[in-house]
Structures are given as C-alpha cells and as structure tokens.
Design a protein around this ligand. Structure first.
Ligand SMILES: *[C@@H]1O[C@H](CO)[C@@H](O)[C@H](O)[C@H]1NC(C)=O
Ligand SMILES: *[C@@H]1O[C@H](CO)[C@@H](O)[C@H](O)[C@H]1NC(C)=O
Ligand SMILES: *[C@@H]1O[C@H](CO)[C@@H](O)[C@H](O)[C@H]1NC(C)=O
Ligand SMILES: *[C@@H]1O[C@H](CO)[C@@H](O)[C@H](O)[C@H]1NC(C)=O
Ligand SMILES: *[C@@H]1O[C@H](CO)[C@@H](O)[C@H](O)[C@H]1NC(C)=O
Ligand SMILES: *[C@@H]1O[C@H](CO)[C@@H](O)[C@H](O)[C@H]1NC(C)=O
Length: 544
C-alpha cells in the first residue's frame, strides 16, 4: 500500500505544477487576510433554500464572505447567505459549498483542487457533507487515481476516499481558529458538491438514548424456521420448544453486575457438531427476537443504525430479494480475504438497504419487517483497515421507523467509564457458519459470552501479531461460538435486567471462525461516544 499512496502524493504535486498555473494566479488575488472576518460559529444559525445550505448573516458579513443572498432568515434582518466556492478558494464562511468548476456538469481535466476554510471562534468540529462526490473507483480497496482528503482534524491522519460517495457525511474535531483543507485530486472525469459547515461547541449535544430504548425482549417466542433441504449446511441447534417458558427470559441473558443479582438461566446448549471440522459455527441458536414497545412509537427523526463501514455487501435494486447476500466482509487486516474493492462505493448509497425486524431472510413475512433505504452514511474520517481502528459508521435511514413488537431501539452506553468487564454480552448476525461453509445464515444467529479483560485481549492478539487496542476495542470470549464472515457491523449487546445497551460493533476475529484462544474484537462504543455525539448532532437549518 505505501508505495501506491506515495505515487498519489507525487502526482498531486505534479498536477499542481503543470495544470493549475492559471488558477494559482487567481488564488493570489483572492488571498487576503480573512482572519478578522472569522465569525463566531455559535451565533449564526443555518438556513436552507433550494436544497442548499447557508448561514444566517448580516448583509455586510455575507458580502465579506463573497456569498449570495438566498432569502431572509425567518423574519429577522439577517440574510440566508450561500457561499459557493471552487478550486483554490480560501473562505471563513460558516457554511460553504465547494464544487467542481462546471458543476452540475462534470469536469474532464486532471486537477489538484483544494479549498481552505478558516475556522472561527468557539468552533469545535467541522461537518463535511458530500452532496455529490463522483471520483474514480477504489482499486483493491485503495484510492489510486483520485482522492478526496480532509486535512485539519485534531485526531490524526485522515484516510483519503474516492469512488461514488454521494450522500456520505463525516464530522471531525478541529482547533478553534485553525483551518481545514478539503483537498481533491482527480485525474479524469469528476464531479463534486461538498458542503463544509463549522460547528460551534454548543451545537454538539450529548446524545441520550430515549427512555423507551433498550427494553429487553421479555416475551420473546421461539421461531421455527421452515424445513429446508440441508445441502452442505451445518446443523442449527434450536432451543427445545418445551422449554419455551425458560427461553422467554433468556433471549438475551440478563447481565448482572452486582454480586447479589440473579444471573438468569443460560442459553447454552451442547454443540452438536463438536469435532467436525467443517461445522465450526459453534453454538448457533435461532430465536425470534421480539420486544415490548409502546406500539406506534416513532423515532423522533430518521432513525440511525450503528454499523460498520459498508465494504463488502453487494446491494441490488430489488427490494427485499438481495438483502441476503454472501458477503466476505470480515475484518480486512486479520482475515485471509482480500478486502473487496468496496462494491458499495461503486453502486453508491442508493444500493444500500436496511431490513428492520427481520429474522429469517428467506421467508418474506414470518415477522413484521420493514426495508428502508439509506439517506446518509456517516463514515469515520480516520477509518483505516490497516490499523484496525475506527471501524464504525452510522446509517441515517430515509424514513422514520415505527417501533413495533419486532422493531425497537437499543440503548447507547451513557457512562463512558463503564468497561462492561466480565458481563455477558450477546452478538447477533446473519453471517457465515464457518469459513469453509461459505454460506451466510438465513436466520439471525446469536451468541452470548463474557466480555474479556481488555489487556488480556490485546496480549492474545499481540501474540498473533495483530494490534487490538484496550481503549478502542472491546473483546468477547468465544468459547462455543463466534461472529464470522458477514457478521461485521453487527451489534454486541449487554443487558442488565431489563435494560439492554449496545457496547460494541463486530470488527474482527480469527478468520477461520474457530476458537484458537483469540477473542472476537468489537469497536468499543464507550470510546466512540464523542464521535457518535458529534456525528449525530443534527444541523437544523431555518428554511427560507
Ligand atoms: C425437549 O425437552 C423435553 C423435556 O424438557 C424432552 O422430553 C424432549 O426429549 C426434548 N426434545 C428434544 C428434541 O430435545
Ligand atoms: C409457562 O408459563 C405460563 C404462564 O407464565 C404457565 O401458565 C405455563 O404453565 C408454563 N408452562 C410450562 C411448560 O411451564
Ligand atoms: C454469564 O453466563 C454464564 C453462562 O451462562 C454464567 O455462568 C455466568 O454467571 C454469567 N455471568 C454473569 C456475570 O452474569
Ligand atoms: C406492528 O406489527 C404488526 C405485525 O406484528 C403489524 O400487523 C402492524 O401493522 C404493525 N404496527 C404498526 C403501527 O406498524
Ligand atoms: C452515485 O451515487 C448516487 C447515489 O447512489 C447515484 O444517484 C448516482 O447515480 C451515482 N453516480 C454515478 C456516476 O454512478
Ligand atoms: C405472507 O404473505 C403472503 C402474501 O402477502 C400471504 O399469502 C401469507 O399468508 C403471509 N404469511 C404469513 C405467515 O403472514
């Protein structure tokens, strides 16, 4: 990877020298000390008009920012100021839209095209919305020809992106009065419209899970999948029907952190396939997960699902048909698989579907389920498969979701100090049974195990020459089962009596999905609370 990235850097310099002479002159004319015009981001609400975003400023301020009038802000004497910029501009605008010169038409020529945004006082973060980004595709999971790189994050080096990332967004932390550069390098046809918005520290509220979220599925019932011809398919251990009453309390094992509490009966059953090489799925249990929810409760805004970076799932235009695909998306750094060249980037966000309330992906309506499109994918600017961290993303759904018996929300951890040490947690997913089985499960599988000591987990993986971080990762003992290929992005949930909290997102594990003494590794949600907060902060814009 390194040499390739190096080549990109050199070409960027060449593009600068050869192709941008004219533009550089223009840039010099625009170079002026903007610092004194920087605005306190907190005091300027956003506005929206004609699908674009602006900031509510006084007319004079708008003029200074080189903006255009797009209406008045809700009866005030401020104007909705839209600032449009293209290559080589510098601006201190609160909200600026950066586009290729011929937008909405593409530009054909090779360019190095940066935008610099000078940040105001009390600015804590910058949000970047890729309204349109059409660059050359990833090749072997790396951006070789074109790149978009966001510079100026206080959290380290940003991973360059490319492909069709129309509809993606990210928010990252910045230094107040610092600057952010959006650096775009394209070698052929490209098109983009990117909105950069400065976020005041006060604009980032702490996300608190609604009180009705995380309610445990007390009255879950067994699901009996229809019989199907078993060809090259491992046994699925079903819970004994006559134990239904017990199951009701053990769909998720209650997690008891104080010594006095009752642990609740376990869901463990002996493995039927002990010793069989091909059937390393461990303990696979199929349970219809149901929840008690105030019927008709609706998410306040389009719902969010926390998942991983979508890198291997092939979507399709057909609604429900293709949710179930044989994915190979285990953690790249650890698995023996080559990272797929990001098929979802090729097809774009329109190809993504989220199925809610489903259990058996092959049977259409055995549960009440809803299939939703994705309005926005929020990616982590510092995600990198090479260092195994920041493996997290948020999907914003196109429509609000109506909660129901089979569709409900989980809690996010509130106490960031909570390590969930030694509590039992449950991971679920439709991934493969084993590496050799090559088939993902049509039924939702679950596995419950103990959260492991972070230091021991890091040590175990260090022996395997892979870095697991004690702060950014949370590990699960995989005695009798494990997440496997295709389970990536799935939730790890810990329940305390009746209250369930998502503590992790499936990230990586031993690629053969067998127990060789290596715990399964998840993105630790407590660590990413600040990231979640800043990335879920909604930008409420006054319509003009
Ligand atoms: C289910 O459990 C009952 C009693 O607990 C037992 O009699 C029966 O044999 C079990 N069935 C299977 C298939 O294990
Ligand atoms: C299951 O629970 C219900 C009500 O809680 C009870 O009436 C029934 O007898 C129980 N069944 C068994 C097999 O224990
Ligand atoms: C976790 O589950 C195991 C097996 O079901 C059980 O023995 C143990 O007591 C549970 N631990 C906690 C902390 O609940
Ligand atoms: C809730 O789910 C049931 C099926 O379980 C369905 O018939 C009903 O329409 C759903 N209610 C709402 C409000 O979506
Ligand atoms: C990029 O993705 C968007 C959203 O999925 C789609 O509407 C658009 O057609 C795609 N553009 C190209 C060039 O494929
Ligand atoms: C599933 O839907 C089909 C067609 O919509 C209907 O005929 C069938 O009865 C439904 N099955 C169940 C279990 O609701």
């Amino acid at each position: 990877m390194q040499p390739r990235l190096f080549i990109v850097a050199i070409m960027a310099v060449m593009a600068n020298e050869v192709l941008c002479k004219g533009e550089r002159k223009a840039r010099h004319m625009m170079d002026r000390p903007l610092t004194e015009n920087r605005l306190d981001a907190v005091s300027y609400p956003l506005c929206s008009a004609g699908g674009s975003q602006g900031a509510c400023l006084f007319g004079v301020e708008c003029q200074l920012q080189g903006g255009r009038f797009a209406g008045y802000c809700g009866g005030s004497d401020r104007v909705c100021c839209m600032v449009d910029k293209t290559c080589w501009a510098t601006t201190s605008a609160h909200s600026v839209t950066f586009q290729n010169p011929s937008f909405p038409k593409p530009n054909e020529e090779a360019v190095l095209c940066p935008l610099t945004v000078e940040l105001g006082r009390a600015v804590c973060a910058v949000r970047v919305d890729l309204n349109v980004l059409e660059l050359a595709q990833y090749e072997d999971g790396v951006c070789i020809r074109d790149t978009l790189t966001l510079l100026g994050s206080t959290e380290g080096i940003a991973t360059p992106v490319c492909g069709n990332m129309t509809g993606y967004s990210t928010t990252f932390l910045v230094k107040e009065l610092g600057k952010v550069t959006v650096s775009l390098v394209a070698q052929s046809t490209h098109r983009f419209s990117i909105t950069v918005t400065q976020l005041g520290c006060a604009a980032i509220p702490k996300f608190i899970s609604p009180t009705y979220s995380g309610v445990r599925n007390e009255d879950a019932v067994l699901y009996n999948p229809p019989p199907e011809p078993a060809v090259d398919k491992p046994t699925i251990i079903l819970r004994n029907d006559s134990k239904t009453n017990e199951t009701e309390t053990t769909t998720f094992n209650p997690v008891v952190r104080d010594d006095e509490g009752e642990g609740g009966p376990t869901t463990t059953a002996p493995r039927a396939d002990e010793g069989k090489k091909d059937d390393d799925e461990g303990e696979v249990q199929t349970t219809l997960l149901r929840g008690k929810y105030p019927s008709g409760t609706t998410t306040p805004a389009p719902g969010v699902i926390i998942g991983h970076f979508p890198d291997g799932s092939e979507g399709n235009e057909d609604e429900e048909e293709n949710i179930f695909t044989d994915t190979l998306d285990v953690t790249p750094a650890v698995s023996g698989f080559k990272r797929d060249s990001c098929r979802s980037f090729k097809k774009g966000i329109d190809a993504l579907r989220v199925s809610l309330g489903d259990h058996d992906l092959k049977t259409k309506n055995e549960t009440f389920n809803v299939v939703s499109r994705v309005k926005r994918v929020i990616w982590h600017l510092h995600y990198s498969p090479h260092i195994n961290v920041n493996d997290i993303a948020i999907f914003e759904l196109s429509e609000p979701v109506t909660f129901n018996y089979s569709i409900s929300a989980v809690k996010l951890p509130l106490d960031t100090e909570d390590e969930f040490h030694e509590v039992n947690a449950t991971v679920t997913g439709w991934g493969r049974y084993s590496l050799t089985t090559k088939k993902t499960s049509p039924y939702l599988k679950e596995y419950t195990g103990p959260i492991q000591d972070a230091g021991e987990c890091a040590k175990a993986w260090k022996n395997a020459k892979v870095t697991a971080y004690t702060d950014k990762h949370i590990c699960l003992g995989i005695d009798k089962g494990t997440p496997c290929h295709g389970d990536s992005g799935g939730p790890l949930v810990a329940c305390n009596f009746n209250s369930c909290t998502q503590v992790g997102v499936v990230s990586f594990g031993f690629p053969l999905c067998t127990n060789v003494g290596l715990p399964a590794v998840f993105t630790r949600l407590t660590y990413y609370r600040p990231w979640l907060d800043s990335n879920m902060a909604s930008l409420s814009a006054i319509p003009v």
